[in-house]
Design a protein around this ligand. Structure first.
Ligand SMILES: [Zn+2]
Length: 215
């Protein structure tokens, strides 16, 4: 039985807590959040689904600087079924990407392929349905690999580096160790672990749980 969960919602408090625990104990605890299913669209796909010249409507900033949840949603369709009201995240990207859980993949009837964001070559495709039109994606459906975002400064502070593979331990009744967590660092990254809803639910993890880094 491991100890109680440390849960902190406020982003600034999360970072202060990480620093204070590290300074006092040498242990690294990082805040985690579950990413619900979502899509990233190219300008071309956005216009096909929503109309020529269409611009996304930002409604909520995400933890990673410059990234936002948009008001727009789409339907994701596969050979076996579909997922409705899937959130579009902005800004637009160079490649279409649909991030789903393994559970979602069974509902769609697509093969669950675990990939880092941006690595979509050879992944399954799907059909996207918007209010104005549809788009057939030849690839881009992934189950996102678990990862830890860190800024360059945070990497230096905690002695971690971009591309490093670590493990994370959660606490509480359903505590677990997650292996194969990839550190992603560079411009546009800020401290947060991203898991999918299957992983978070398996550990009964609320957003803001501080997970311990194991190396
Ligand atoms: Zn992420």
């Amino acid at each position: 039985m491991s100890g109680n969960k440390i849960i902190i919602q406020d982003r600034q408090q999360q970072q202060i807590t990480t620093y204070v625990i590290y300074r006092e104990t040498g242990r690294i605890f990082v805040p985690a959040a579950a990413s619900n299913r979502h899509v990233h669209l190219t300008t071309a796909t956005l216009e096909r689904l929503f109309g020529p010249g269409y611009q996304l409507t930002p409604i909520k900033d995400l933890s990673q600087p410059g990234q936002y949840a948009a008001a727009e949603t789409v339907t994701v369709a596969g050979p076996k079924g579909e997922l409705k009201k899937v959130r579009v995240l902005g800004p637009v990207r160079k490649e279409d990407q649909v991030e789903i859980s393994r559970t979602d993949s069974f509902q769609l009837g697509v093969k669950p392929v675990v990939r880092m964001s941006g690595d979509v070559a050879g992944t399954p495709g799907c059909r996207l349905i918007g209010p104005v039109g549809e788009a057939e994606l030849p690839q881009g459906v992934i189950v996102a690999a678990r990862h830890l975002h860190l800024s360059k400064e945070q990497c230096e502070t905690y002695g971690l580096h971009d591309g490093e593979v670590i493990a994370l331990r959660s606490a509480g009744e359903r505590s677990a160790v997650l292996e194969n967590v990839v550190v992603r660092s560079g411009p546009g990254h800020d401290m947060e672990v991203h898991l999918d809803t299957d992983e978070a639910n398996a550990m009964a993890m609320p957003n803001g749980e501080m997970l311990e880094v194991i190396r």
